[in-house]
Design a protein. Sequence first.
Length: 437
Amino acid sequence: MLTAFARAFKTPDLRKKLLFTLAIIVVYRVGTHIPIPGVDYRNVQTCIDNAQANQGLFGLVNMFSGGALLQITIFALGIMPYITASIILQLLTVVIPRLEALKKEGQAGTAKITQYTRYLTIALAILQGTGLVATARSGALFSGCPVASQIVPDQSIFVTITMVITMTAGTAAVMWLGELITDRGIGNGMSILMFISIAATFPSALWAIKKQGTLAGGWIEFGTVILVGLVMVGLVVFVEQAQRRIPVQYAKRMIGRRSYGGTSTYIPLKVNQAGVIPVIFASSLLYIPALIAQFAGGNSGWKTWIEQHFVKGDHPYYIITYFLLIVFFAFFYVAISFNPEEVADNMKKYGGFIPGIRAGRPTAEYLSYVLNRITWPGSLYLGLIALVPTMALVGFGANQNFPFGGTSILIIVGVGLETVKQIESQLQQRNYEGFLR
């Protein structure tokens, strides 16, 4: 594998792509440390150093921004608005006929949907930037910090608008950097930036666990977390690569004197067909009650109940609700992203059939049956992986941004596997051996 990496750098055009990607990553990481105008950087650092700073309601967005959110930098929103816009457009494609027609138009339709995604990303960045500025001004961004209300000393309208515009421009720049990696780098630009954002938080999170540990100076807890992380990576790789291959046979057709078809292939149905989307949906949905309770005034009964049961991740109500939401969204996302009737119609149109299954409606019913069967273990696997941070909260007293959490591991392993496959395919196109012999 190391030899394959050396060959990748020896290939001139592939070396240029790798170096260009690394340069973009450096620019992205530099931007995550440049504070926006109007923010008192010393007070921000004081609150970040506070023990309660990493246990707020913004842990998920902070993870996707590589820690830039809580530092309120120009890339504070990170790649999250683009991810949200992409998910929304993907869901709307099933609902809006115009978007569904664009999706079927090929490259031209995909380019149009991408343009819509960019516009929606800017709109979401303005909305999220306004919310972040309002939260920072009120002091709710760092609950328990004595100088939280002094993070934005000047709360005039001009300074507020400047802060929102700066963060929106930062989001547009992040989106542009991701597209540069896709066009001129090794591909998967947005995914690579997401990978870098999550991986950047690992060293500090691991060292925090070591500092909080009590056994052998914290090294026992540190080693245990590393071991659990390696086991989780192996499990995620195993499940992410697992798939059910449904055989498909194409009938032989004679057109003139030539014979077409007669080939055998298969439909790969992944065990985890939904990817990390259900975990993101469930996490975002569970943040809403706690967010409403945080901004609500007074000490009403419903606010106290939410703070007791849905703010801390180690409460049984929170754990059960989180698990059930992940299972539900796994089935929901698979149902809207894979259409068995459309697949069955395309197979019938081109003379394909599943051996032993009649073409048309019986094929669609069979695909739906198989998909439901493999989605159950996939959804349960997602739920168990996502509960690892919760178990860490109970076992190690870690914060909710536990480094080997379900969302981070799923994204890092998925993006890592896809990037390695892309580099390997480019190596094999040049008659070199790939990473896996």
